[in-house]
Ligand binder design. Structure first.
Ligand code: TRP
Length: 375
């Protein structure tokens, strides 16, 4: 099989993802055991996404911990581009962000980039507003602390964001944006400006408080280029550079390259899917690392590395290391069949979604507590 060339930008992830290569190309640092030990000193245990290096890279994480150890709390910042339903690929970063909020007891600023999705997608403003509302429900359902969590919706909070965004924009030129994102001359002028809007929330709490507060941004690594560009700018405006912790992509159902995306919503598992839909999607589409027939599988065993069901357990749905290890061994040896592995995953996903869907209903009454109110 010929490897498709890797492409990773905030708007397109495709091909065989080579994370070692990304670390070099993006100039980020690897998450190593030394830094994990350091985090563990504060959190007591380590989230399984850290233990398994699903969060595999960072920028300036040691600095955030230095500041924290000096008694200076950071805040968290992440976001959602509301262009369609929330699928499993979105959830990892946000679940991990909630864990960080709980363990460090810190504030979270959460941006909904409705402007971005309007500018970059062939969708109406009205449709994007609908998804903004729907996506907020999913974020709330993950259990963030309403007293410590502030939603910013770009078109609603623009008067707060704009003075900072233009200061950032003035220090980024067209050729930098072209080089960072591969834009040609046919791009609309809103797209060219957008990075300054996504960069702003990393310093908005500092602007509001009138003093610098360290910021930590959990994100999937495709979002890094915005901050790679903006990090040069923040100090010029008198702010700290934000620290970043990067996750890998959850693979799409159909294979382990690229990432799950809502443009393939018909095959991505979305948070409003019924148990039956989940079962059908996994059974029909989840790429298997098993052998073609039972006899051969029993003899030779399966390959968990390329098996999407196994990867979903590892990255999202089986926090218990001992259980995961057992599944891995049994699958590799041929003791466990693909059908059994899929059955296990389907149960896990449906148990999660049944709870999530209840919380999502309740969230409809909580939205107002989460949307930031300007004082
Ligand atoms: N642009 C992101 C997306 O399309 C959403 C986003 C906004 C974001 N601010 C962020 C993601 C900060 C990570 C960190 O999903």
């Amino acid at each position: 099989m010929k490897k498709r060339e890797m492409k990773v930008t905030p708007w397109e992830v495709s091909g065989e993802i080579d994370y070692e290569k990304l670390i070099k190309e993006f100039g980020v640092s690897k998450i190593d055991d030394k830094i994990l030990d350091r985090i563990k000193r504060h959190t007591k245990d380590l989230h399984f996404m850290l233990r398994r290096k699903v969060f595999f890279a960072h920028r300036d994480l040691n600095w955030i911990l230095d500041e924290y150890e000096k008694g200076k709390k950071f805040f968290l910042y992440t976001g959602c581009g509301p262009s369609g339903p929330i699928h499993l690929g979105h959830l990892g970063t946000w679940m991990f962000t909630k864990w960080l909020q709980d363990k460090f007891g810190v504030e979270l600023w959460f941006q909904f980039t409705d402007d971005e999705k309007f500018l970059f997608k062939d969708k109406s403003y009205e449709e994007i507003q609908k998804w903004t509302y729907e996506n907020m429900l999913d974020v709330i359902a993950l259990g963030f602390d309403s007293k410590k969590t502030h939603f910013l919706i770009d078109t609603k909070h623009i008067s707060l964001l704009y003075p900072t965004a233009i200061k950032i924009a003035k220090k980024i030129n067209f050729s930098t944006v072209k080089a960072a994102f591969g834009f040609g001359n046919d791009r609309n002028i809103g797209e060219i400006f957008f990075t300054s809007i996504q960069a702003a929330p990393a310093v908005i709490p500092s602007v509001l408080k009138g003093r610098n507060i360290p910021c930590l941004i959990p994100l999937a690594i495709d979002q890094d280029p915005h901050f790679r560009v903006a990090r040069d700018v923040y100090p010029k405006l008198g702010f700290y550079k934000p620290a970043i912790i990067h996750s890998m992509f959850l693979p799409p159902l159909t294979g382990v390259s690229g990432k799950m995306s809502s443009s393939e919503a018909n095959i991505a598992i979305i948070t409003t899917d019924s148990p039956k839909e989940v079962e059908q999607k996994i059974k029909k589409y989840a790429f298997s690392g098993g052998k073609d027939n039972t006899e051969e599988h029993r003899k030779k065993g399966g390959n968990p590395e390329v098996d999407v069901s196994f990867q979903y357990l590892r990255m999202l749905f089986e926090p218990d290391d001992a259980k995961l290890k057992k599944i891995e061994q049994d699958y590799r040896s041929g003791k466990m069949l693909t059908s059994e592995l899929k059955e296990y995953l389907i149960k896990k996903i449906n148990a999660f979604l049944s709870e999530h869907q209840k919380k999502r209903e309740k969230a409809k009454k909580q939205i107002n507590e989460f949307i930031y109110k300007e004082k």
